[in-house]
Design a protein around this ligand. Sequence first.
Ligand code: PLP
Length: 311
Amino acid sequence: VNLDKYVCQAVYGYMPSSVHNAIVDARTDDPAKFHVVSDGRYERFQEKIIDRFQDWVRPEVDLLPFPYRYPTMGSEEAIREIMTYLREVENADRIYTLRGEYEGYKAVAGTRGLPTVALDFYELLAAPPGFLFLSNPSARDGNVLSNTDLNQLAARHKTILDLAYLGTAPLDKPIDTSHAYAVLTSFSKPFGMFYYRIGFAFARTEIPSLWANKKWFKSVPALTAASAVIQHVDRRTLLADMKRRQTLACATIKDETGVMLTPSDSFLLAHAHPETLAWYDDDLAQHLAEFRRADTLRMCLTPTFESQRTG
Ligand SMILES: Cc1ncc(COP(=O)(O)O)c(C=O)c1O
């Protein structure tokens, strides 16, 4: 069985036709749209887009309390610059994560000279106060952390809440950001716009190394595409459609490979308990074991979505 046809370890995203069509209609492929730049017309270009974005995500998260807002290249650029800020301004000597988190935290922290301490939930509550990078829905298994858990962690550590998966999972209640130090968002995962590199970062204080992103260092064509998606894509319809595709993808994988996966809250992911490895022959078990992170096996369903693309 070739599992790579169905699942991958890195998490990308899937661009549904509603997103595709909104971007086509925005005509970002016409350079004439972006010829004139010297009159400063693009210096505040993102402001209205971020206003609309805040309205659009309002049922899922309230971002209005954050006075400093930056366009970023996905959430990754915000992770880089916030880590630099923590090291240089806040004198951080480490960052915390949950075990099994997005590996980019450790990779970027390493390039800033910051060690990463990965702990489980209760260990984090007992650790000396510091800075915590926390994804929600969680990159560990694609499931949503409760506001109770979130607030317990945020009461202990200054928490950088990474909402890269926002829009990919149904929520019982809006995510509580009242204790967050900063909040990061991205268009990569919910809309399959990974290579457009679009995100917005929200902070309570100025992050000096992101300041110039507002004025100059942003992709206006990519922001134009993002703006079209905000105006023309209905988040609830997209989520319902992708949750159906996720169920279908897991059923296809079971039928065609025999591998039984549990759909995560996030439509992009599925997971399984490591004990289920015993159900499969050695080759398959060995391949599946490569998906292990902390106490779960986690996989991205993007390859199955792409092969089942209709229209
Ligand atoms: C939790 C989390 N945050 C951030 C990122 C960075 O992605 P992007 O910069 O495309 O938003 C990823 C990508 O895998 C991720 O899983």
